[in-house]
Ligand binder design. Sequence first.
Ligand SMILES: Cc1cc2nc3c(=O)[nH]c(=O)nc-3n(C[C@H](O)[C@H](O)[C@H](O)COP(=O)(O)O)c2cc1C
Length: 358
Amino acid sequence: MQQIPRHIADILELARWAPSGDNTQPWRFEVVDDHHLVVHAFDTRDHCVYDLDGHPSQIAHGALLETLAIAASAHGLRTVIKRRPDSPDTRPEYWVELAPDSQLPSDPLLPYVKQRSVQRRPMRTSPLTPSQIHAMQEAVGNAYTVRWFEGGAQRWRLASLMFANAKLRLTMPEAYTVHRDIIEWQARFSEDKVPDQALGLDAMTLKLMRWIMASWQRVRFFNTWLAGHLTPRIELDLLPGVFCAAHFAILANKAPTTLDDYVAAGRAVQRFWLTATRLELQLQPEVTPLIFGRYVRAGIEFSRMPGATNMAAKLGKRFARILQAVPVDQVVFMGRIGNGKAATSRSLRRPVERLWKP
Ligand SMILES: Cc1cc2nc3c(=O)[nH]c(=O)nc-3n(C[C@H](O)[C@H](O)[C@H](O)COP(=O)(O)O)c2cc1C
C-alpha cells in the first residue's frame, strides 16, 4: 500500500461521513499524489429499485464532493473538481485537485460533518424560526429554492401521503430485497448498512419485523392476511410525519436532467443538511415519493407486483395536489425537519482502508 500524505488521509477521513441512500457509500478513492486524488463513484441502479437512473446515488456523490471541499478547507486547500468525460454515467470518475490557497478560510460547516445524522423518530412540532428558515435557504444558494410545508394541516397531508407511499414500499418484492440487504439487525451502529435501531421502530415491532423479513413468503403472508405493513407504516411514516416542525422540498431553478445537475443538487443538499445540524435541527429525507413519481412519468414498470404502477400513479396525483404550484420535476430532495434529540443509533462508515479503489 502506498504511503498516503497526512493531509489527504485527514481529508478523506472526514469526507467519508457524507450521507448516501441506505448508507451505500457509492465511492472509492485513489490518491494520485500530494495534491491530486480520484473519486471513483458508482451507483446501485442494477439492484436497487430506489436508485432510478442512479440519480439518488449521484446526489450522494454531490454530497461527498461538497464534504471533500469542506474538509480540504481545513488545510487551506481549495478543491477543483472535474468529471472525466470518458467515464461512464454508471461509474463516473472525479479528478480532484487540492490547490493551496492561503486566503481560504475554514468552512463554517466543518465542525458538523461527523455530527450530521439522519433522525427517523418523531421530533417536536415547534415551528422553525424565521432566522432558521433564512439560514436554510442561504445554505442551498441561488440555484435552488426551499419550499416549506408547515402547520398541522400541511404536516398531516404529507404524513398521510408518506403513510400511503409506505404501503407500496412495504408490499413490493423489489423493495423487500433492498430492505433485506441494507438493514443490519440487532445493531445500534453499522459500518456499511443501516442499523435496525436507527429505523425508528419500537423494540417489539422491530423484533417481529426481523422475524417476518427473514423470508419473502412471510412478508407476503403477513401483508396479505394480517395487514403486517400497518404498524411499521404508522411508526415509520405517519407519526414522524406529523411530529416534526415542517416538511421541505428543495427545488432546482431548472428541472435536473444530467448527471452533473444531480451532483450539483447533492452539494446543495449537503450544505442544507449540515446547516440544519449547525442549527441543532434534526432531519430525515423523504425521497421515495419522488422516485415512484418519476417512474410513473417516465412510463417505466418498476415492480412485478400487480397494481404497483396504479398505486404510484395515484400517489403522484395526490403529491401534485399537495405541492400545488411547486413543479414536481424541479424537486431534487424532500424531507422533514424539526427540533428534537439527535439519533442514538446511526450508520457509521467504512474505514478509509475499505474505501480504496481495488
Ligand atoms: C440521496 C439520499 C436519499 C435518502 N433517502 C432517504 C429516505 O428516503 N429515507 C430515510 O430515512 N433516509 C434517507 N436517506 C438517509 C440515509 O439513509 C442516511 O444518510 C445514511 O444511511 C447514512 O446515515 P447518516 O445520515 O446517519 O450518516 C437518504 C440519503 C441520501 C443521501
